[in-house]
Design a protein. Structure first.
Length: 718
């Protein structure tokens, strides 16, 4: 059921579907595991490898330091015996061979992909230092660099161990999602329930989910009711009430009830698998700034080699410092200029961003889209189902008479009508409103139209009992009729009323105060009144529009509704621009219209009907994807149908950009200051010297700082 993914032990941000070589360092990709495995099967074991090599080389390094002339002079001690230099050679070779293996493997990979970076420089530095020391031991008399190379290797091993511990904290999104799916499911077989592996469950199976258990697969409830915590998948903080016929998502937590679920999605089709795929795509994609950083890292590698060579030649031939001093500074330059911090500056941020977004129900398909999001200055919303609920509600009830209407309902029934419901409906006395609503609902209860559903829904809110109807007849596109207690009730539009000879002046006399669709009600061929139904505006839409305007982002609304209906919604929400009576194929024209004015436009829609406009906009945001999260036409997919998540996506984009800029400034600033210092620019005047081991500490510390700064994104509240 779970798709196997592969990652690079040295660059955990690299994730691929197939085994192969890392495009960054050239190392073989290894399976991405949920837990730690032996034999270097994930980057957790690579981290352990660096740790082990560090602790093996550390005592040997300390011995090498004590046997080195320079250290003895600094400590004021003397340890001299005939084979001292040979012992130094043996220990230095052991440290070089054992401790240097990971760096040489990495360098080989970088050279094979021509993507020169940190490993190439580290391998070059220790190789040059070791070769010089061997020559100094056997070919010409002089002090070797064994202790410098040994400490350099140990510091690099320590730095990589600590760095990979930090990086591992940025790359757990896919593994954490994989852990959401329980390993076993309770499969219902007739009257028996047996435990099977979740991956063996197939479409059409029935699974039992007990209280407090995770739902193993996507499906539809066929028995039971409960509340389900979907926050781990959709970002929705409140438990969602679920009953028979409702969809549930694999990986979510069943709270208090027992559920029997009919499986309708398995494997790659499940919501969690689709989310994992989107996160993988996001982590594979690169923002424009990443390409800049990659080029800078390659340039920095070549610069380090050139400056290191120049440093060696200058101090060897232009000064009297000698070859040891020149080689030490050259090694320091190569080490301190390692572009690892620059290489980590962006991937660590984007990796954390994709995980943080997923936890909040914001799925980023392409990091370029998130990069654009911070620049957006105009957001266009589709109205129906995005800013509104996509369901009709009764906004006003108008009656012809101020008393009971005709002989309906019977007097005995009138006394039982309860005056509860929508407080905004106040066009007529409550009892008369309920009578009109009861008449309309009696007929509309047999209709499948969205307007009919809105009428019936209002009766439930008010606690009004809907009577039985006889001789129901539907008039497609116009309305319906039926008999209730012998009275002929007709519910429909103006056209239907005119067909049953309702006078035009009577129809004109009903003037609604609110904007919406007018549904007339007649009793025994006499006009009784009308209901005004409107697409209900989401409360969260008002909050979203207000926050966007506080962020200096203008808003627009696209709808196929009449202009008066669209204007009413826009006025209620405070939207800047309204495009009404727009045909689906014309939505793209409105997006282009804003783009021609120089606006950076984002389009927010449902991802199906709005696909062309989502594609045309600079940034497509599909909202309310639910379990069908693989929306092709959008760069960002929002799991919930909540416009406030658009604000969260923009906020996440801006926070991400801030971290990227901070990391790039640190990584480049560090190199600008460190390279001249390592080359000895400040030695003659200020006696400031950067030895290889300190250069290694600074380089590792720089990388750790970049990772730590990226980890601070976890504190972002969306």
């Amino acid at each position: 059921m779970k798709e196997k993914l592969y990652t690079c032990p040295m660059d955990p941000d690299v994730i691929a579907k197939e085994p192969g070589r890392c495009p960054k360092c050239g190392m073989d990709l290894t399976p991405l595991a949920e837990e730690e495995h032996e034999d270097h099967k994930d980057h957790a074991s690579m981290e352990k490898d660096f740790k082990r090599r560090f602790f093996v080389t550390l005592p040997l390094t300390l011995i090498v330091m004590l046997l080195s002339e320079s250290i003895q002079k600094w400590l004021g001690i003397s340890i001299e015996f005939p084979q001292r230099t040979f012992i130094l050679f043996l220990l230095g070779t052991a440290i070089f061979a054992y401790g240097g293996i990971p760096f040489f493997k990495g360098a080989k990979g970088e050279l094979s992909t021509r993507n020169y970076g940190m490993m190439t420089l580290v391998a070059l530095a220790i190789a040059v230092g070791y070769t010089f020391s061997v020559f100094a031991t056997f070919l010409f008399p002089g002090e070797s660099l064994y202790w410098e190379i040994s400490t350099l290797i140990s510091v690099f091993l320590l730095g990589h161990w600590l760095e990979m511990r930090a990086v591992r904290g940025t790359t757990g999104a896919l593994a954490e999602l994989a852990k959401l799916i329980p390993k076993t499911a309770h499969l219902v077989r007739g009257k028996n329930v047996v435990d099977v592996k979740t991956e063996d469950v197939v479409i059409g199976n029935l699974v039992l989910v007990k209280p407090g258990e995770k739902i193993p697969v996507d499906g539809v409830i066929v028995e039971g009711s409960s509340s389900v915590n979907e926050s781990m998948v959709t970002g929705e903080s409140r438990p969602i009430e679920k009953k028979k016929g409702d969809q549930v998502i694999g990986g979510t937590l069943n709270n208090d009830g027992s559920l029997t679920v009919n499986v309708n999605k398995t494997g790659k089709e499940t919501a969690v698998s689709q989310i994992m795929e989107l996160i993988r795509m996001a982590q594979e994609s690169k923002p424009q700034v990443q390409h800049l950083a990659d080029r800078a890292a390659n340039v920095l590698t070549l610069t380090a080699v050139l400056v290191g060579t120049g440093t060696f030649l200058y101090w060897l031939f232009a000064t009297s410092q000698g070859p040891i001093f020149a080689a030490t500074l050259a090694v320091s330059v190569v080490v301190v200029a390692c572009p690892h911090a620059l290489g980590l500056a962006i991937p660590t941020v984007t990796t954390i961003t994709s995980a943080l977004g997923a936890r909040n129900g914001i799925l980023i398909k392409d990091m370029k889209g998130l990069e654009i999001a911070r620049k957006v200055d105009y957001i266009v919303f589709d109205k129906t189902g995005t800013l509104t609920k996509g369901e009709f509600g009764v906004s006003e009830i108008i009656s012809v008479a101020r008393g009971p209407v005709g002989d309906f309902p019977p007097a005995s029934a009138r006394k039982k009508l309860r005056a509860v419901g929508n407080p905004s409906i106040s066009a007529t006395p409550r009892s008369v409103s309920n009578e009109l609503l009861q008449m309309a609902a009696a007929v509309e209860a047999h209709s499948q139209h969205s307007i009919a559903e809105g009428v019936v829904r209002e009766t439930k809110k008010r606690g009004v009992k809907v009577p039985q109807v006889k001789d129901f007849k539907s008039y497609p596109g116009r309305g319906a009729e039926g008999k209730v207690d012998g009275n002929r009730i007709i519910v429909g539009n103006r056209t239907l009323m005119e067909e049953v000879k309702i006078p035009e002046r009577q129809l004109d006399s009903l003037t609604p105060k609110s904007v919406g669709t007018l549904v007339y009600v007649s009793v025994n061929n006499s006009l009784a009144g009308a209901l005004v139904l409107s697409d209900l505006v989401r409360e969260e839409s008002k909050e979203a529009i207000k926050k966007l305007q506080e962020m200096d982002i203008k808003t627009a609304m696209l709808t196929g509704d009449r202009k008066d209906v669209a204007d009413a919604v826009s006025k209620e929400l405070g939207i800047d621009t309204t495009f009404a009576e727009v045909l689906p194929e014309d939505k793209v024209k409105n997006i282009k219209e804003l783009q021609k004015k120089g606006q950076v436009v984002a389009m927010v829609g449902d991802g199906v009907n709005d696909a062309p406009s989502l594609t045309q906009s600079h940034l497509g945001i599909a909202i309310g994807a639910g379990t069908d999260v693989a929306v092709e036409s959008a760069e960002i997919v929002l799991m919930k149908n909540d416009p406030r998540d658009v604000v969260k996506a923009i906020t996440l984009s801006r926070k991400t950009n801030t971290k990227m800029v901070q990391n790039l400034i640190w990584a480049t600033g560090y190199n600008v200051a460190a390279i001249p210092t390592a080359a000895g620019v400040f030695y003659n005047g200020f006696r400031i010297l950067l030895r290889p081991e300190w250069a290694a500490v600074l380089m590792s510390l720089s990388s750790i700082i970049v990772v730590f700064n990226a980890l601070l994104l976890h504190r972002t509240k969306l």
